[in-house]
Write a protein that binds this ligand. Structure first.
Ligand code: DGI
Ligand code: FE
Ligand code: FE
Ligand code: FE
Length: 186
């Protein structure tokens, strides 16, 4: 699928603000893919579609998680996590994207995963550092992203985990597992 078609499909699903975020993620993901020698077409499509399910109702997402045998554990954690695996499913069934690398990058983009590959890390990081993001500490992650991909993913995870701890929220095991796996290979 070409970029224009993908952007048009996603635009229908999102608010203007979320669409702008998506364009930022797309541009950042392509830059990171070029820097690290990863397929930039896959990075571009995964980034365009990464938040495809962001505005689906909790009821629809819960039903898909159950019907499609996704980890039931997701239902015990924040519903903010659901749009990633549900998005991968809907991007396949509604948008017809069959490339498993692209679908996996979408699936892992919120929680991370201990088996993340380079493409997954690029989409995860592009989502965190795109120009519209204003998290505390994001400028440091932006700089490191183009120097050491794993280190930047660890920084993003550390910030997210701290943020969740401060809000007294639970932390999804995959997020902790990703952090633990990547910090061991520094
Ligand atoms: O969809 P976006 O807003 O672009 O970003 P995202 O898909 O990375 O969602 C991240 C949000 O999810 C962030 O505000 C924190 C929240 N969240 C809730 N529980 C967890 C979590 N994020 C991670 N990584 N792990 C959690 O357990
Ligand atoms: Fe997201
Ligand atoms: Fe993210
Ligand atoms: Fe996003």
């Amino acid at each position: 699928m070409d970029r224009a078609k993908a952007l048009a499909l996603v635009k229908e699903q999102l608010t203007d603000k979320r669409y702008e975020h998506t364009v930022g993620v797309m541009e950042t993901a392509v830059q990171l893919a070029e820097k690290y020698g990863v397929d930039s077409r896959k990075a571009e499509l995964a980034a365009i579609f990464h938040d495809y399910a962001k505005f689906r109702s909790k009821e629809e997402m819960r039903k898909i998680i159950i019907d499609e045998n996704m980890p039931k554990q997701l239902l015990e954690y924040h519903s903010e996590l659901w749009h990633a695996p549900v998005g991968a499913y809907l991007v396949r069934t509604e948008a017809g994207i069959l490339d498993e690398d692209i679908l996996q990058a979408i699936r892992f983009h919120t929680t991370g995963n201990k088996d993340m590959n380079m493409l997954d890390k690029i989409v995860f990081l592009a989502d965190y550092i795109e120009p519209g993001r204003k998290f505390p500490g994001v400028d440091d992650v932006r700089k490191v992203a183009f120097e050491n991909l794993n280190e930047a993913v660890v920084m993003a995870l550390r910030n997210t985990i701290k943020f969740l701890l401060d809000k007294k929220q639970p932390i999804y095991p995959d997020t902790l597992e990703t952090y633990n796996t990547l910090i061991r290979c520094q």
